[in-house]
Write a protein that binds this ligand. Structure first.
Ligand SMILES: Cc1cc2nc3c(=O)[nH]c(=O)nc-3n(C[C@H](O)[C@H](O)[C@H](O)COP(=O)(O)OP(=O)(O)OC[C@H]3O[C@@H](n4cnc5c(N)ncnc54)[C@H](O)[C@@H]3O)c2cc1C
Length: 478
């Protein structure tokens, strides 16, 4: 669909939508609409005549039915924390923004089945809390968890810090209820761990970024609550030692590594320089660090600290680890995490930057880090790499700040070349140009360049089949 050719939404359509959800479900005031129309990163400011906030699956169904019949495009939105502009309407103003924020009921917790069933608008942190109150654990965890909502988490197949042990949102979802682009409700909301009755339809909606329908509810997996978590802040010899340490830790701990976050010194230094109440956990300065966590349930928790010490001593004897500190308290663990989680915020103080959310096989992470930095320093001497991320999943947030003596404008004028260097190397190593943030509006061109023509063709076929009128989040992803 050509975005510029979309006609203005007729007032009669707006009236029907208003009638479908009632006054409480409509926002038309310009000031009140503003927070829904700006994306998290401040890249896009969209327009829409109406924010529609249905309160039930039936209301979503009626809204989508009206939009389909009138060829009115819909942009679904959860917590609006997405990092690729997928939840922001285009500037032309001819799309309805469908906010899921009123659909925030927890429908059921089945402690014996280890599942929780929630509406799509439930905030991620509230799912974690509800699980905790029932002596269960929901492991999806990410920086935006106090705002992001489950429908958005599933639609972006969110990752975060627990993927190494528990998998991304896709792996945590057993069932989905969704409204199809023609308004029909598909109830796939079961809590089954085995169901081989043909295509697994829920996976079409997970990671689709709102382009195939509206997720209205989900049945999610729960886990036993870890009885002990040990957190270590570790200085490692180099990038290759980082990957070797992970492999050893998994073996020695019988796969109890739940978090393995890499940070290069430059990234840590940004947090220490710019974020209040951060301090270097180690007395000396090193080039590469890992934030590692082990977790265990009741039976295996005794002695977990000893297991962590064994892992670190073993690696220290072999020169992989140079120094390490184990958190003595929740407060100290929180201090370690604060450094890791504030790196993106701290980077904003250093002028223009170019960001990439790539993944390669875990075994290739070290080579990627060494080779991609060398490529970039050849291209732009003085460029400041700020790499960090979920190395346990092969996922690096490979961010680059402009050279200290270069203007933001000059750096931005070269961003296309920087992306190309990073993505060419990523794809040459069998990697992905978007490990967890998705495609949205921001990475559409890159998807076109780097996804295989066959895969793109299959994606377009699915889109055309489910959404022949192209009303669901047009010109996003594809
Ligand atoms: C500080 C911070 C840290 C972050 N860390 C991580 C991280 O570690 N890992 C990670 O993966 N992401 C991370 N993110 C990105 C973001 O939080 C996730 O992508 C999150 O899953 C988005 O959820 P949301 O509810 O905000 O979705 P939104 O931003 O509202 O929407 C995202 C996409 O999903 C679609 N959508 C939303 N709800 C629905 C629905 N019900 N049905 C159909 N489509 C829908 C939208 O149209 C859009 O395309 C981070 C963001 C911030 C701000």
């Amino acid at each position: 669909m050509n975005a510029t050719a979309i006609p203005e939404i007729d007032q009669s359509v707006l009236n029907r939508l208003r009638a479908a959800v009632g006054e409480a479900g409509i926002i038309t005031d310009e000031n009140d609409k503003a927070p829904y129309l700006n994306d998290e990163r401040g890249y896009y400011t969209g327009a829409s005549p109406m924010i529609v906030r249905p309160a039930s699956t039936d209301e979503v169904s009626v809204v989508v039915d009206i939009c389909n019949a009138t060829r009115t495009p819909i942009v679904p939105q959860g917590g609006n924390t997405g990092l690729c502009g997928g939840a922001t309407p285009y500037e032309h103003g001819s799309e309805i923004l469908l906010s899921m924020t009123r659909m925030n009921a927890i429908r059921d917790i089945d402690v014996l089945n280890y599942t929780i069933t929630v509406e799509a608008g439930v905030i991620l942190a509230n799912v974690q809390k509800a699980a905790e109150e029932n002596d269960r654990y929901f492991p999806l965890s990410l920086g935006g968890e106090g705002t992001a909502r489950i429908g958005g988490n599933l639609s972006t197949n969110a990752g975060g810090t627990g993927v190494l042990r528990y998998g991304p949102a896709r792996d945590l979802c057993l069932g989905i209820e969704a409204v199809l682009p023609d308004g029909r409700i598909w109830n796939g909301l079961n809590g089954l761990r085995k169901d081989n009755t043909g295509y697994d339809i829920k996976h079409l909606f997970i990671g689709a970024e709102g382009t195939l329908g509206v997720i209205t509810a989900a049945c999610l997996k729960l886990f036993p609550h870890p009885a002990d978590i040990q957190t270590a802040f570790v200085a490692v010899e180099n990038q290759h030692a980082t990957v070797e340490l992970l492999a050893r830790a998994r073996r020695i701990t019988d796969d109890r590594v739940v978090t393995f976050e890499y940070m290069q010194r430059e990234a840590i230094q940004l947090a220490l320089n710019h974020i209040a109440d951060t301090r270097d956990p180690l007395p000396n300065i090193y080039s590469h660090y890992v934030l590692m966590e082990l977790a265990a349930g009741e039976a295996a928790a005794t002695g977990l600290r000893g297991v962590m010490e064994t892992v670190l001593e073993d690696a220290m004897n072999d020169g992989l680890v140079l120094d390490a500190v184990l958190a003595e308290s929740g407060q100290q663990s929180g201090d370690f995490w604060k450094i890791r989680e504030t790196i993106p915020e701290a980077q904003k103080f250093e002028g223009a930057s170019s960001k990439h959310d790539i993944s390669v096989p875990v075994s290739g992470v070290a080579d990627f880090l060494v080779d991609a930095v060398a490529d970039l320093q050849n291209f732009m001497p003085g460029i400041r790499p700020c790499a960090f991320g979920h190395v346990g999943d092969g996922n690096i947030h490979f961010n680059l700040s402009r050279p200290a003596d270069m203007s933001d404008e000059e750096f931005r004028s070269k961003e296309f070349d920087i992306h190309k260097i990073v993505y060419d190397r990523t794809v040459a190593m069998g990697g992905s140009i978007s490990a967890e943030h998705g495609i949205g509006r921001l990475r559409r061109g890159d998807l076109e360049t780097y996804k295989s023509p066959v895969a793109l063709d299959v994606m377009r076929t699915i889109k055309a089949s489910l959404d022949p009128n192209g009303i669901m989040n047009p010109d996003k992803v594809l």
